[in-house]
Design a protein around this ligand. Structure first.
Ligand SMILES: [Mn+2]
Length: 424
């Protein structure tokens, strides 16, 4: 790396993307609702087009793709042809592209590739490769996956940073673990921070996360949310380097449809109108700032007592009401699904302190527990031993295990609810 002595880094901008998952099918509502599915079809491809447009618009010198460009083995050649056509647009604009492959497009899953345009570099999977772009004073290190389930610490095999240059290291990794993501190419954040590279361009985690600044360790997140687990704005990260230092890290939306979740606790709702008003306000809040794309939202409603019973008794009608509220907010808002959960029964103000005290003391009384257990024993004998479904399942399991404290707590809550008339 002697060639780097006396070389000044120049100012440049790059686009960092990952987890594009071309031609991955969107699931859930995207397969159930005809209208939404028409909007979602081809969304991963359009997101990639949007990344290319972004790079051209921003005058980027380089585009980095940190793994999972492909979702897996191509269904047919058109997936590869589409990718080549977009990479060619970048090449024609004089923009370089660097690609490492991750678990989804490891050699073991996607082994045949089409010839790539001139300015595209695909990193090797047997060892770390280092690419020097002398005109920019930029050095890029990277290594692709050979096997989908790569459990070695690939970061440990990376070449050291070149002196007098801006060093980017591209890696598909879960770091030391991330909920919902397989622990591939494990390594620690401290290890990456200490390695001396100025920017770690990571992929694999589908949420946008900046794990460190100076040095930067960044996940741009995936470019298109594909199901209700991948919520919010998805896209790519634009990074501006001035005088060899990262000056700006900006996330840009590249997605075509979005997913959102909202929860409304209607335990204290007075009536259905009150509950629906609350759901509508919660929905409006959940999609604030993201509703410039067609959005599918999951609504979870907590309700108790009579209100909950009427929701459960006619879920189709309630679904219609919630969808009605959604269409009043925006014609680009779909309801992915509606979940009704048990709310907290309102404690009411009517419980006399003396009675409350009595109930509390019963909770700690072993005689009470034994009496309760013996009174439910005949019932337990009549029920099938493997009853695991339904609301009462945890309680039945507690009774079978002789867990009197759980039984007592539930019984006392029921007594209290009766006394204050909550829920009826
Ligand atoms: Mn991925």
């Amino acid at each position: 790396m002697d060639a780097w002595k006396n070389i000044m880094t120049s100012d440049f901008t790059f686009v960092h993307a990952a987890d594009i998952h071309l031609d991955s099918s969107l699931s859930g509502l995207a397969s159930r609702d005809e209208e939404f599915s028409a909007l979602a079809r081809g969304a991963t491809r359009r997101a990639f087009i949007n990344i290319v447009d972004l790079a051209i618009r921003e005058g980027a010198a380089i585009v980095l793709i940190s793994g999972d460009l492909y979702d897996g083995k191509w269904k047919d050649q058109s997936t590869g042809q589409f990718a080549v056509a977009q990479l060619a647009r970048l090449s024609r604009a004089g923009i370089r592209t660097c690609i490492v492959f991750g678990n989804h497009d490891a050699e073991s899953r996607v082994s045949r590739h089409l010839a790539l345009p001139s300015l595209v570099h695909r990193f090797d999977n047997r060892k770390c490769e280092t690419l020097a772009l002398e005109d920019l004073g930029l050095v890029i290190h990277g290594r692709s996956y050979k096997d989908a389930a790569t459990t070695d610490d690939l970061a440990a095999t990376y070449n050291p940073p070149a002196p007098d240059a801006f060093n980017i290291a591209m890696l598909h990794t879960a770091l030391d673990g991330h909920p919902g993501h397989a622990s591939y190419a494990p390594c620690t954040l401290d290890r990456l921070r200490a390695a001396g590279h100025q920017y770690w361009a990571l992929g694999h985690v589908h949420e946008r996360v900046v794990r460190s600044e100076h040095p930067h360790v960044v996940y741009p997140g995936n470019s298109q949310g594909r199901n209700i687990r991948e919520t919010g704005v998805k896209g790519a990260t634009v990074v501006r380097v001035r005088d060899g230092v990262v000056r700006a890290v900006e996330h840009h939306a590249c997605d075509e449809v979005r997913w959102a979740r909202t929860e409304f606790d209607g335990s204290n709702a007075r009536d259905m109108g009150d509950l629906l008003g609350g759901v509508s306000a919660a929905l409006a809040d959940a999609v604030k700032g993201i509703a410039d794309r067609p959005t599918a939202a999951r609504v979870t409603v907590k309700a108790s007592g009579a209100l909950r019973r009427s929701l459960l008794a006619d879920q189709e009608w309630f679904g219609g009401e919630v969808r009605g509220q959604a269409s009043m907010l925006s014609d680009g808002l779909w309801i992915e699904s509606i979940r009704v959960e048990a709310g907290v029964d309102s404690p009411g103000a009517a419980l006399l302190p003396e009675i409350a005290e009595l109930l509390a003391s019963a909770g700690g009384d072993p005689d009470c527990g034994r009496a309760l257990l013996s009174s439910v024993a005949p019932l337990l004998e009549k029920l099938p031993a493997d009853e695991q479904e339904g609301e009462l399942a945890p309680l039945l399991a507690a009774a079978r295990a002789g867990d009197t404290s759980s039984l007592l707590a539930a019984a006392l809550a029921a007594v209290e609810a009766r006394l204050v008339g909550a829920g009826d």
